[in-house]
Design a protein around this ligand. Structure first.
Ligand SMILES: Nc1ncnc2c1ncn2[C@@H]1O[C@H](COP(=O)(O)OP(=O)(O)OP(=O)(O)O)[C@@H](O)[C@H]1O
Length: 771
């Protein structure tokens, strides 16, 4: 039977000293007699869920298994191993301090581990000694790095090896086959990274990934992070922010591994405290961050850092097991908190992290994640979730943390930016509004330095270079028609369409499906697996190059999908930042792309103001003749009226089919719900009777329901007829004022069409849109 004892934390230090002095001789002599004293037993702390960390009475329980109690003649109690178990299975192994490594420390120094003595001069000495040892180790590592680098360089400098051009080497998008095998000799010249003095392992990975030079944010942030600073990084979408923090994390992993190899060479188990916690606002983004950093690890020789993904939709227990052995944890705040707070010992592990990364920080700190962020930050700093009103008191208790805090985004609203840069003071008023909550969280981030390094590599422009911005104005009821027209203008473009509602995502997806376009949906009401499947299908390298993803703003931030050429805003974004992030799904990593707003006339003024705000700084600099123009770079795109007219019939049919399908689904859902409610009540459900009693079809408010009901009653044969008619129309090219008999009269480049080039959706000459 397992034995338990209460552990008195105060007596621990003294007991440790006593135990240590007596351990060797006593253990040896007891072993001879087959019995062991209580203090020599290999006690194990009883694990408690982190939420019960402060549970009085349980705290400090220890247990041991496989022992038998022996009463001694002098009344004392000793223990021996149960029959069949070796004695050593119950004896405490020699402590770390017993090793020769830290020779020269007295027994008193062994209490260095106790928090009570951590700040004594002796402990400081130990720390300093450790530090100098660390420094030495670092120097050795550096020397090793240099040597390896030289070796690598000489290998790389093969004669006649063509150097890739910059454009060739930069490719956006990880694709989902990102972890595919990479050819050993497939690397590029990476000498442009030399100034950052990275480990050869990482340089090799960068070469294999074909990242020939660091991006501006990487060049500026990596050295600052490696030097131990807190960093707030701002750079445009798709500019490589992930590796700007990912590379220093892996560098730290290598350093730590080097230290451990030396310090733990005599230990059977390696320490598994994680190095970094990376928080992201959405599941997709968390997965992508994990994949991107994972790609760096996979391509680096001899790096086995483990990444745990902690997002909703997966098993909590599994995630807890993964965290226990992970080096890097990437997750969304809600799930991270759920997993940490219900786990055992996980919070304590997390308190040892070296890096806390808040990606898409303006979103994480401002919106909807307040509670979980607060809980996580409190837990990291060993505080209980506090009342906001108690902030002043908490302020006094706050100590700068040891970890580095890295905060990144493409957008920081002015106020947040100033606060992060330490240019404006924290307000201490009512903390209940949004702005105040954000400030409160910022304080909770607990930077280790008074002012973090604020690195803004694009202070004058939030929009990425290589992006063209356009606007299509259309009648309010014809957005679908104009959307379809734009899609046909750019038939071989991978496109994301953003809407402001889940119902719009559902409707537009069905509409475009009816029009036989390769379309996928993404919104937060979808099951996790369906969400990942949509992204995977949309982004797969083998997917149709004209694939379309219809999404809410859940896809607006961070998603890095290869080859997206076009972003369409079906609904005007609600904020300027949303416009920046949505548009940033294209024109990534030096590529080009276009962002098109579809607007009703009454939306145009608001849109112009929104886009103007984003480009304001650039426009203000227009006094400089070499500088950018004062004009807002938003092209008005004219869709040929003939195109719109020719597409109207097919759009009419597609809309009818979609409305009928959605109405049927709705009525079925409602019927199912009523039927089960009637079942619960033990009454019979008659839909006609219910309709009459509800007055369906009569009076105010009955119109929509009536239409739904009528639509849902469209017979199968009517639907089949609609589908057949649409199919027929879709099988034909859209004729833009040319008769089939003139096909060969030089107005159409038949050869180009046969080669699969040009726009084969149309018959006749069509002026391209201005971009
Ligand atoms: N040094 C580099 N050279 C070339 N490509 C790079 C480099 N660093 C990163 N990339 C690629 O650039 C793309 C964008 O990177 P990342 O997703 O980190 O951008 P981001 O700045 O975080 O964008 P967002 O603000 O939209 O989240 C990725 O496909 C990545 O593989």
């Amino acid at each position: 039977m397992g034995q338990k004892r209460a552990r008195d934390p105060k007596a621990q230090v003294a007991e440790a000293n006593k135990r240590k002095k007596a351990a060797k001789s006593d253990a040896a002599s007891n072993e001879d007699h087959g019995s062991v004293a209580i203090e020599d037993l290999n006690w194990k702390e009883v694990a408690m869920p982190d939420r019960m960390d402060d549970a009085e009475g349980f705290f400090g329980l220890e247990e041991i298994e496989g022992v038998e109690i022996i009463k001694q003649s002098d009344g004392g109690i000793h223990f021996k191993a149960k029959a069949g178990k070796p004695l050593k299975s119950i004896i405490k192994p020699p402590s770390e301090d017993d090793g020769e490594e830290w020779g020269g420390f007295s027994d008193e120094d062994s209490s260095e581990k106790s928090p009570a003595t951590e700040k004594t001069p002796a402990a400081t000495e130990v720390k300093e000694d450790k530090k100098s040892k660390k420094d030495k180790k670092k120097e050795q590592n550096k020397a090793k790095k240099e040597a390896k680098k030289e070796e690598k360089k000489s290998k790389e400098q093969k004669p006649n090896e063509p150097k890739p051009t910059k454009g060739q080497s930069i490719k956006a998008g990880l694709g989902f086959a990102a972890l595919d095998d990479v050819e050993e000799d497939d690397g590029v010249d990476v000498s442009a990274w030399d100034a950052l003095n990275l480990s050869p392992e990482i340089v090799t990975a960068l070469s294999k990934m074909k990242f020939s030079s660091p991006s501006a944010i990487q060049k500026a942030s990596i050295p600052a992070i490696l030097d131990g600073h807190d960093v707030v990084g701002k750079a445009s979408t798709g500019s490589g922010k992930t590796l700007a923090f990912g590379i220093p994390i892996i560098e730290h992993y290598l350093d730590k591994r080097g230290d451990q190899e030396e310090e733990e060479s005599d230990k059977s188990e390696k320490s598994t405290s994680p190095i970094a916690l990376i928080l992201s606002p959405t599941r997709e983004l968390a997965h992508q961050l994990g994949r991107h950093i994972g790609e760096l690890i996979t391509n680096a020789p001899d790096i086995n850092a483990r990444i745990a993904l902690v997002t909703g939709g997966m098993s909590i227990q599994k995630q807890q097991r993964q965290i226990a052995t992970a080096d890097i944890i990437v997750g969304t705040p809600g799930r991270v908190w759920e997993v940490l707070s219900t786990g055992t010992g996980l919070i304590r592990k997390m308190q040892k992290i070296q890096f806390l990364v808040v990606d898409e920080a303006d979103r994480l700190l401002s919106e909807g994640h307040f509670k979980e962020m607060e809980d996580i930050l409190n837990a990291l700093d060993k505080k209980q979730a506090g009342d906001i009103a108690d902030m002043d008191q908490e302020e006094e208790e706050e100590q700068p943390s040891q970890r580095q805090t890295l905060v990144f985004s493409a957008t920081f609203h002015k106020d947040l930016q100033q606060k992060l840069a330490g240019k404006s003071r924290w307000s201490s008023g009512d903390m209940l509004d949004n702005k105040a909550s954000m400030e409160y969280l910022l304080k909770k981030l607990n930077f280790r330095e008074e002012k973090p390094r604020f690195i803004d590599v694009n202070p004058d422009s939030q929009m990425v270079t290589g992006l063209k911005e356009g606007i299509v104005e259309c009648p309010p009821m014809e957005k679908d028609l104009y959307l379809y027209s734009v899609l046909l203008y750019y038939p071989k473009n991978r496109t994301i369409i953003f809407t402001n509602s889940i119902s719009a995502v559902r409707r537009i997806t069905q509409l475009l499906q009816a029009l036989q376009l390769p379309v996928f949906a993404l919104h937060s009401n979808m099951a996790q697996k369906a969400r990942l499947r949509s992204i995977e299908r949309f982004s797969s390298p083998t997917a149709n190059p004209s694939s379309i993803l219809v999404a809410t703003d859940v896809a607006a931030r961070g998603l890095d999908i290869k080859g997206i050429n076009c972003v369409i805003h079906y609904h005007v974004p609600r904020t300027a930042d949303a416009y920046v992030h949505r548009s940033g799904r294209t024109a990534r990593a030096g590529e080009s792309g276009k962002s098109i707003l579809i607007c009703a006339p009454d939306e145009v003024v608001g849109v112009a103001r929104l886009v103007g705000k984003i480009h304001a700084k650039k426009a203000r600099k227009a006094d400089d003749p070499e500088g950018p123009s004062k004009k807002i770079p938003l092209e008005s795109l004219d869709i040929d009226r003939r195109v719109v007219a020719r597409l109207r019939p097919r759009m009419g049919l597609a809309k009818k089919i979609t409305e009928n399908t959605i109405a049927k689904e709705k009525v079925n859902t409602e019927d199912n719900w009523l039927r089960s409610a009637a079942d619960d009540l033990g009454v019979e459900y008659d839909s006609d009777e219910f309709d009459q009693s509800k007055g369906r079809g009569r009076g105010r408010g009955g119109g929509r329901e009536r239409r739904d009901k009528e639509a849902s009653e469209t017979s199968k044969s009517e639907m089949a007829a609609l589908r057949a008619e649409l199919k027929h129309l879709l099988s034909q090219r859209v004729n833009i004022g040319v008769s089939e008999k003139y096909l060969t009269a030089g107005r159409i480049d038949i050869d180009a069409l046969l080669r699969g080039e040009g726009n084969d959706a149309f018959l006749g000459h069509l002026d391209p849109l201005t971009f």
